[in-house]
Design a protein around this ligand. Structure first.
Ligand SMILES: [Zn+2]
Length: 179
């Protein structure tokens, strides 16, 4: 979370706060005292049971559940037989036209490998290339990278003579950070 550009960090904090509220709402009928105690670290003036919270209506998207079901399946495949952390793998995802179409909502739709999509972030892999396959089965090919990871984000591979990735370099420049 803290390695991202300021706006992404802000967006992430917004989603995490919503998750915190949802969890509190679900748990309150079972363990109200514990929820109120946790909430008291956030609000000193209002109890959680008085707090009005609703999930934004645009977050209810049943169509997206289909996409996320495929993503969950892929997540299991990436974890299976991986000896290293998933960020050390370039991946090719093979699927039917419909499955690839669903995944394109989270990843660029050309035939190239990309490393900066939502799908890469969710699956925590180095890069992804989507490939339409005649087989009806969803499957994944993993190739271990032979580069080291960025010292700052531990997410993107860098050349041997670099210490941080281009993305981190841009973020630091954007934040006017000078070492
Ligand atoms: Zn980096």
């Amino acid at each position: 979370m803290y390695i991202n550009p300021p706006q992404v960090t802000k967006d992430t904090a917004h989603v995490l706060f919503a998750q915190f509220c949802i969890l509190n709402k679900v748990l309150w009928p079972i363990i109200p005292h514990l929820v109120e105690e946790v909430w008291s670290y956030y609000s000193k003036t209002e109890s959680f049971y008085k707090h009005q919270f609703t999930v934004p209506s645009e977050w209810h998207n049943s169509e997206f559940d289909v996409t996320m079901d495929i993503v969950k399946e892929l997540f299991g495949m990436i974890m299976h037989n991986s000896v290293k952390n998933s960020v050390y793998y370039d991946t090719k995802i093979f699927g039917t036209a419909e499955q690839i179409q669903q995944l394109q909502k989270l990843h660029p739709s050309d035939d190239q490998a990309h490393n900066d999509s939502h799908l890469c972030e969710i699956l925590q892999v180095q890069s992804i290339q989507l490939v339409e396959s005649p087989s009806s089965k969803l499957y994944i090919e993993k190739t271990e990278i032979d580069k080291k990871l960025c010292d700052r984000c531990r997410r993107f591979a860098v050349a041997s003579d670099e210490t941080i990735c281009k993305r981190c370099d841009n973020i630091l420049k954007e934040m006017n950070f000078t070492p």
